[in-house]
Design a protein around this ligand. Structure first.
Ligand SMILES: C[S@@+](CC[C@H](N)C(=O)[O-])C[C@H]1O[C@@H](n2cnc3c(N)ncnc32)[C@H](O)[C@@H]1O
Length: 307
């Protein structure tokens, strides 16, 4: 399932507001009074565009579904396989089973950075969360996924609400509660690239927390600082242990999750890293690690968790 959300800032406006004048009046309590903070022409234009985009998105979805239905009917009539991958129902069943599995790996996305991001970055952060949800759902071995620290009716919550059916996704949503309020402190491992501890293998007893922060690394070390202050264990991904990279090793929230899921599915660190890391980071497998490789699974240090 592909999710699309706008990266524009959002101001809630009445459905009926159709032109610039109405939009400005909507911001004013008494008609005739100058609005305290009127929207600029540009903002109004953006709002209109956003509204149109939202309407068209729904129509596009309906058309896509209809097209898919026709394609399936045609394939069935020709005796061809109707679908290539698992159905939505199957995917949902699979994720649900993983949630009920007491040995499933717990991963939490810490969304307690609502106040520290620009509007556009909040939207990008949620977009990443949606991709995380999708990749988990499509995984052969889904994790138990938590979204923690969501401020009720905060910006993150409001953007989430724009996605139809978000409440039904197989995600444990935690409102006004952070990982510290939810999990035992000694089980939490906050993943940060500044940590001195290297994550060697995944442990089902641990809750891995990934910072849901999109900041273009302007707030260097913030997640690590917070984790240390809260007296939590931290760990960094074993990137430099398995690959040589051209650039710094701060990954996006989504890539960190994708990498964890890959390893949890049974991939070696090397394979998971190379499949996940964007090309521009120019990751190449370490020669020394390759020499130790015996059967294609080069990272013998990685223990697989019980499924
Ligand atoms: C885009 S980074 C956030 C960067 C931010 N300036 C910070 O203070 O970490 C998003 C999250 O991905 C995780 N992360 C990124 N690179 C990592 C690495 N090399 N090892 C472990 N975790 C990493 C961290 O949990 C981080 O909070």
């Amino acid at each position: 399932m592909a999710f699309e959300i706008s990266t524009e800032s959002t101001v809630q406006l009445p459905e009926s507001a159709t032109n610039e004048e109405e939009l400005l009046l909507a911001k004013t309590k008494n008609p005739g009074e100058t609005p305290p903070n009127p929207l600029s022409k540009n903002q109004i234009k953006k709002q209109k565009k956003l509204k149109l985009y939202e309407t068209l998105k729904k129509e596009r979805r309906i058309k896509e579904r209809e097209k898919l239905k026709v394609r399936r009917q045609e394939a069935a009539a020709k005796g061809l396989p109707v679908r290539t991958g698992p159905s939505r129902k199957e995917l949902k069943k699979r994720t649900k089973a993983s949630i009920e599995n007491p040995n499933a790996l717990n991963v939490a996305i810490d969304l307690d950075y609502d106040d520290l991001m620009h509007d556009g970055d909040v939207a990008k952060c949620i977009k990443q969360c949606l991709r995380i949800y999708t990749i988990n759902r499509r995984s052969h071995n889904p994790c138990r996924l938590h979204f923690t620290g969501i401020k009720e009716n905060g910006r993150i919550h409001n953007i989430l609400k724009k996605n139809d059916g978000w409440q039904n996704w197989n995600v444990d949503y935690h409102f006004n509660k952070t990982h510290i309020d939810i999990f035992a402190k000694n089980q939490i491992v906050y993943l940060t690239c500044e940590s001195d501890t290297v994550l060697e293998k995944l442990d089902a007893e641990c809750i891995y927390v990934i910072g849901g922060l999109v900041d273009h690394n302007h707030q260097k070390g913030l997640c690590h600082e917070r984790a240390v202050k809260a007296d939590l264990k931290t760990a960094r991904l074993p990137l430099s242990e398995y690959v040589d990279m051209k650039t710094r090793s701060v990954l996006s929230t989504f890539h960190v999750f994708e990498l964890l899921v890959g390893v949890y599915e049974g991939k070696s660190w090397t394979d998971a890293i190379l499949e996940t890391i964007p090309l521009r980071k120019g990751a190449k497998p370490k020669k020394s690690k390759d020499l130790n490789c015996t059967d294609g699974d080069s990272d013998s240090k990685v223990d697989q968790l019980p499924r």
